[in-house]
Design a binder for this molecule. Sequence first.
Ligand SMILES: Nc1ncnc2c1ncn2[C@@H]1O[C@H](COP(=O)(O)OP(=O)(O)OP(=O)(O)O)[C@@H](O)[C@H]1O
Length: 235
Amino acid sequence: MSFDPVLRLADVTRVHGDGQQAVTALREVNLDVDPGELVAVMGPSGSGKSTLLNLAGGLDQPTSGSVVVEGTPLSILSAGALAGLRRRRVGYVFQDLNLIPSLTAVENVMLPRELDGVRAKQARREALEVLAEVGLGEAADRFPDEISGGQRQRVAIARALAGERRLILADEPTGALDTPTGDEILQLLRTRCDAGAAVLLVTHEPRYAAWADRVVFLRDGEIADSTAASLESAR
Ligand SMILES: Nc1ncnc2c1ncn2[C@@H]1O[C@H](COP(=O)(O)OP(=O)(O)OP(=O)(O)O)[C@@H](O)[C@H]1O
């Protein structure tokens, strides 16, 4: 296992818009996330959490500073290479799950891998493995509207975990789920992290932040505080 950070943000500033409309969403943020580390990002609405996650995954570019994923500065990549890195190395779990209703659970999980050139048979095998890992082996052939909200969330997580993804970005992945289901989702992220992935988790819930190794608090686009989470008892 490499000990370099999976994700490094160095002096990252992101200004949205220009002139009078300019909003500095992030200001000179420095953040490393190491292999095996789960970092929770908290902060009030508008403090820059989603901007941070979008930059970390290469969905947005900083105005200044650099974003480095597994040693590669994203700014040196061509659009095609960046898209490839996003598909292969980065898994996203967003609140808006984006599951495709006409595809079964296993087909939803397979799709990004197939788009990446993995053969259907292998993609299916991987998808079934990861669905079993999230406790959904039985529901592999069901469609999204045939399973519960918590199960749909687990399908979205399985999709983010399939393949060799080292960086998992999760924006409020527990959404409107009830507490036991939310805890299950965090347990899944924690397990993947313990297997060597780096996880950046945006959450408003201190209960879920307690699963993190470190909690970063954003305020007005700056890291206002960073604490080692020591809430083992909450797990
Ligand atoms: N595309 C954009 N154009 C202009 N301003 C933007 C854009 N995206 C974000 N902002 C502004 O940047 C700031 C940070 O937004 P961001 O969405 O990152 O915050 P957040 O902490 O994720 O908020 P929330 O918890 O409400 O999702 C806010 O002032 C927001 O209005």
